[in-house]
Design a protein around this ligand. Structure first.
Ligand code: FAD
Length: 418
């Protein structure tokens, strides 16, 4: 049988896994990975704060449900290579894994480098070559489909199949600068609008600055999204529970990052209210008992009372924002002032100005239209021999290991079929 050359563009998790499956049990495939950096997996090494939340130990329905954009597109791929298969793959190659809160799976060593090491070692034993400092500029096609690849240094590589795994546009210093979008547009593919996903939110209210640095372990966030062009349409509601951090420009933290991935499609065409319960573990009734009925220490200062249920820096900032003297005794606080405090604790209303830029985003939302990709093989429906894998595709998920799982799954399936 004639040897085939399969070229994978990008040595991130998707590209490395694609090269592994393309080279596994198939001696007729000569597999080459082209990477523009001088090392592989620069972004992979940053994942999970350097610990690499490699996947999530949930069922396939949850994998799809937690994919914010085009989850159903992944259904066939997950039937071929899902999170169980990924965990078995790593464990077979000697990488021990552990499961943490929320089903998040990490290497037991807490080192992303160990994940990268397994991928590179497997590639080496499969005889795959990685060409570093090799930036792909263009893919050339002829009447039969893929023909060759032009590198930036003008070298040309002949190929039978090409897998594009160049990632998105977030954290561009890692090499993900969106090259793939330009390359595939030249081949006729549609790219759905690129937006930041899993990104902090800028807030209009200027006083938010005084809450900067305050971090809350648990909050309930509700966003009401009203489409400006369809004022009669019922507002969409997005809810999330989890930690939140106030910053100099607005809000961040896991709950906010997840919400941003749902808001990014609405932020420029909707009126959005963000309502935060910053004390979800204290009911409105309990607050009323403390502040309105003053069931407890009447002679205590408002600062001391609130500090029993909230971090001290938050109480100081909140009283500042509400222009209330922190040394005022509880007995001197009016009903109106108490209600103002309760409203701000249980339903703090904020208005989003924008999302932070894509360079700060954990994930890129948008990318190559899934309508032009065969969901069973990751093959282009437009160009024979062209395949896609990872973040370059218009799929993105919430935090928890789902995005890496998508990269590994689509990579595996593309490699299997290329
Ligand atoms: C800070 C941070 C933390 C994260 N933590 C997690 C986590 O814990 N769990 C999780 O599931 N997800 C996490 N993610 C998301 C995850 O990293 C991505 O989903 C994943 O890296 C996407 O893999 P990829 O292979 O598609 O793209 P990338 O990892 O971006 O790899 C693309 C590769 O292609 C190369 N390339 C680009 N253009 C060219 C070109 N023209 N020629 C040659 N090579 C090129 C790039 O240099 C890069 O090496 C995190 C992301 C960030 C930024």
């Amino acid at each position: 049988m004639k040897e085939r050359t399969i070229v994978v563009v990008g040595a991130g998790p998707a590209g490395l896994m694609a090269a592994i499956s393309a080279s596994q049990n198939n001696n007729n495939n000569r597999v080459i990975v082209l990477e523009k950096n001088s090392e592989a997996g620069k972004k992979l090494l940053l994942t999970g704060g350097g610990r690499c939340n490699v996947t999530n130990n949930c069922n396939v329905d949850q994998l799809i449900k937690n994919t914010v954009t085009n989850g159903k597109f992944l259904f066939s791929c997950f039937n071929i290579f899902n999170n169980d298969d990924l965990m078995k793959f790593f464990e077979n190659y000697g990488l021990k894994l552990k499961i943490e809160e929320g089903g998040k799976v990490f290497p037991t060593s807490d080192k992303a480098r160990d994940v990268l090491y397994i991928l590179l070692e497997t590639l080496e034993s499969n005889g795959v070559k990685i060409w570093y400092d090799s930036e792909v500029e263009k893919i050339n096609i002829n009447e039969n489909g893929i023909s060759e690849i032009t590198l930036r240094n003008k070298n040309i590589i002949k190929a039978d199949s090409v897998i594009i795994a160049t990632g998105g546009m977030s954290y561009p210093k890692t090499g993900s600068t969106g090259d793939g979008y330009r390359i595939v547009k030249e081949l006729g593919h549609a790219v759905v609008d690129i937006k930041p996903g899993l990104v902090p939110i800028e807030i209009k209210e200027g006083w938010i600055k005084s809450l900067m640095g305050i971090s809350l372990e648990s909050t309930n966030i509700v966003c009401n999204v009203k489409d400006i062009e369809k004022p009669n349409k019922k507002p969409k509601t997005i809810k999330w529970t989890g930690p939140l951090i106030f910053t100099h420009y607005g809000i961040s933290g896991p709950a906010v990052l997840n919400i941003s991935s749902y808001l990014n499609k609405h932020i420029n065409n909707s009126i959005i209210d963000i309502i935060i319960d910053i004390v979800p573990n204290v009911s409105e009734q309990e607050l009323e008992n403390i502040l309105v009925s003053k069931e407890f220490e009447k002679n205590e200062t408002i600062f001391k009372t609130l500090s029993k249920i909230l971090p001290k820096n938050l109480v100081t900032a909140l009283l500042d924002v509400l222009e209330l003297n922190k040394d005022k005794k509880l007995s001197d606080i009016s009903k109106e002032e108490s209600n103002k405090i309760i409203t701000n604790l249980k339903t703090l209303k904020l208005t989003p100005k924008d999302l932070r830029s894509i360079s700060e985003a954990i994930i890129t939302s948008g990318g190559i239209s899934t309508k032009e990709i065969d969901p069973k093989t990751m093959a282009s429906k437009l160009v024979e021999g062209l395949y896609f894998a990872g973040e370059i595709i218009d799929v993105d998920a919430i935090t928890g290991g789902y995005n890496l799982q998508i990269a590994f799954t689509t990579g595996y399936v593309a490699g299997l079929n290329a």
